[in-house]
Design a protein around this ligand. Structure first.
Ligand SMILES: NC(=O)c1ccc[n+]([C@@H]2O[C@H](COP(=O)([O-])OP(=O)(O)OC[C@H]3O[C@@H](n4cnc5c(N)ncnc54)[C@H](OP(=O)(O)O)[C@@H]3O)[C@@H](O)[C@H]2O)c1
Length: 387
């Protein structure tokens, strides 16, 4: 039986696909948005080259991966009856990672996060009725905790329906968790809530730049409109992925919900800027929290201009509520389950920033190697069904 994984063409999903392929032996069924089979393969290569060279990628792709070309927002993912039947018949467990992270678009969040998750849950129900589902793992976010200030939040206290949310993303992700609990009571399910996922503690490369660019904007300012002693909960993608893969594959994880975060070990802005200044040999910024009103005016002004600074400013505007909430997410469950804590951002933030600046906040993706053996249509991958 296969693991059905959504979001493998995205940042975290690529880590999950790579972890499941490298460390486990089950087949993977991947939902990929693409018009043709070759486009689906090329989109996967774009995301998975962060983890594999081409020969290793194509070897896994041909032997362990089945692509289902579909969209979360279409009924039964837009698959044909035959394809959908094969998907139900072969799904032994599910990791639902795909989502819209577009905090500005209520429409996208509603469609992808709510309608899309409902489609995945319906698949889970059908697979449960057909052969039984070993586990449903749902990638959520700590943003489901809603508006907070100066708190340490534990897993079971995060959802509080009387609180407001910062944006449509947080609101829809909160309701997704609710759907999982309500609609899959008889299926073993696990909710994973990553904090701010930023970089990889083992290497400088990343393929996701939004938050890095917001940080870059801040890192260039001589005066920061923040409280230097506020903590920010950042966790590297490799830790998040290691936790999801390991816990999804366990027979009986100890808990139903895990914060994938740095928790009480989260660092303060002062610690982060000191580490960056030391590594980069530049001046430490001053902190002037009282200037935050004027700062948001400046950010608004800049975000309406053009170019890299405007983009950094508009990203900062979107993430701002999460930068000033001084709230961290207790991670004792995942630390005890994995036997290790995540690396601290100060130990890997500088190489991440340098990689991102050098590449102008774009991943230098290698194209599909034309003429390679992997270019031939391969039955399992290319057909989506059968095999
Ligand atoms: N990154 C963070 O800091 C962070 C923090 C907390 C939680 N999370 C959670 O982690 C998960 C993954 O986030 P990420 O950072 O990896 O995001 P990402 O890089 O934007 O990836 C999103 C994935 O979802 C897929 N997707 C979006 N709409 C779809 C649709 N209609 N049909 C099928 N697939 C669709 C995308 O496919 P395409 O490639 O086709 O667009 C992509 O593979 C999300 O559930 C997010 O809420 C992330």
């Amino acid at each position: 039986m296969a693991i059905f994984l959504t979001g493998s063409s995205g940042y975290l999903g690529s880590y999950l696909a790579a972890g499941l392929l490298r460390e486990h032996s089950e087949q993977l069924s991947l939902l990929v948005r693409a018009k043709t089979e070759q486009e689906a393969r090329e989109r996967l290569w774009q995301s998975l080259q962060l983890h594999f060279d081409f020969p290793e990628f194509i070897e896994y792709a041909n032997s362990r991966v089945r692509i289902f070309r579909g969209d979360l927002t279409a009924e039964r993912f837009g698959l044909s009856d035959d394809e959908y039947r094969v998907l139900v018949d072969t799904t032994g467990s599910i990791v639902h990672c795909a989502a819209s992270l577009n905090r500005k678009s209520e429409r996208q969040c509603l469609n992808v996060n709510l309608r899309g998750s409902l489609e995945v849950i319906q698949l889970a129900r059908r697979a449960q009725n057909r052969n039984g589902l070993r586990r449903y793992s749902h990638v959520s976010t700590v943003a489901v905790a809603g508006k907070r200030q100066d708190e340490i939040v534990k897993e079971d206290a995060a959802i509080d329906w009387s609180r407001s949310d910062y944006d449509p993303y947080a609101r829809t992700k909160k309701f997704c968790e609710h759907m999982v609990h309500q609609l899959l009571p008889d299926v073993p399910h696990t909710i994973f809530r990553p904090a701010i996922v930023l970089g990889d503690s083992n290497r400088p490369e990343t393929s996701q730049f939004d938050m890095v660019q917001a940080f870059d904007f801040l890192a260039r300012l001589p005066v920061l409109p923040l409280r230097s002693h506020d903590r920010i909960d950042i966790v590297p993608a490799n830790y998040v992925s290691k936790a999801i893969v390991a816990i999804h594959q366990k027979d009986a994880p100890a808990h139903g919900i895990y914060h994938l975060s740095s928790g009480e070990n989260s660092q303060t802005y002062r610690e982060l800027t000191d580490a960056l200044a030391q590594a980069g040999g530049w001046r430490r910024p001053a902190y002037l929290p009282a200037s935050s009103g004027a700062f948001s005016g400046l950010v608004n002004f800049l975000s309406n201009r053009y170019g890299g600074v405007a983009h950094g400013a508009s990203l900062l505007k979107v993430f701002w509520p999460y930068l000033i909430w001084n709230t961290v997410f207790d991670n004792s469950r995942v630390v005890s389950e994995l036997g290790e804590a995540p690396a601290r951002f100060s130990t890997y933030g500088y190489p991440l920033l340098m990689f991102s600046r050098k590449n102008k906040f774009r991943y230098p993706a290698k194209p599909w190697p034309v003429g390679s053996a992997g270019n031939k249509p391969v039955r399992k991958m290319a057909e989506g069904v059968g095999a």
